[in-house]
Design a protein around this ligand. Sequence first.
Ligand code: NCD
Length: 364
Amino acid sequence: MTQRRMMEELNWEDFERLPLAQRAPYFRQSSGRPYHCVIAQQFDRESLDSLCDLSTRIRRIAKSKVGSDFLSSLMRNKRAMLYFTQPSTRTFLSFFSACQILGFSPAEVRDPSISSEMKGETKEDTIRTFSSFFDLIIMRTPAQGFAEKMAWMISRTERPVPIINAGSGKDQHPTQALLDIYTLQRSFERQGGIDGKTVLFCGDLARGRTVRSLSGLLLQYRNVKQIFAAPEALQIGEDILQQLRDAGVEYEVTHDFKKKISEADAVYMTRLQDEWDAKPGESAKGYRQEDYYFTGEDLRKLSPKGVIMHPLPRRLEISTECDDDPRAVYWRQERNGMWIRAALIATIFCRDQEITQYYMLNNR
Ligand code: NCD
């Protein structure tokens, strides 16, 4: 059944009621490739492995001028809208660059106060308008579930276009989770990959959407233990823990971050997301920054083959003393975002095989 027909059969309320894992088929093309990318739960192990492999191919092809000319010839007739109504630096720039790598012409709306939303147009109509002019919509909004709803809505119109969620509310950030997986995979390439590793999450886990999405993707790997270190008020959501229990995955919830560093293969730091506070500064009160801070001293506790990650932006979660340590991979992680986003977009537009063929002929 085509994706459009599937969406047409369900109204939004019924769709929203489906468990996350059951929504996945609605976001796929009949070939199994993603069409929309809105929730982390839509990716299985096979699709993650393919995306990581394709990212590496694109990364290597792009090193030469002829290679980057080939890549940028692929989608020269397509346009992409980057609709970012929440602050963003690296997600925006890496999507912008990923589009350019593939030859898309990117355009942007970042400030709704200069769009027709100020004249009272609904966000739904704004998105539908984008689909009249663009072939791809990449969006970040503060509203939880909104990208998903727009994917459902646009699939039922005469001019469906893929929607990529670049961060929705406190809930999901699937492409950040993809780049985190790619970073983990590259970091542990010579140590048997991600399977069997322990990931220690630290910081504001209640509102950190990157952690919520990555925790879901890690379920696709064998025997990955997840440890959540946060003060009680900012601890990971019960829905995520339930997801781990359902999958029979080992996890631990603690407030003692420092004690757990030596157990971790990957330490994933996050900042206090106080922009969500009902009263400004309220969440900072119960939060002792020094307890959730990775210092130069802590480098000694971390395994020699371990890694320190951060979705960035950083505030005070990692001392700059760590920046030159080879285990600090957050800058590489940021750049990986560009490669895996290019791989995702190429896959959505079914250009993945062409890229692989080019790679086999020219880059091996
Ligand atoms: C994250 C986000 O927006 O959720 N940033 C990003 O996309 N790299 C993390 C954050 O803002 O703390």
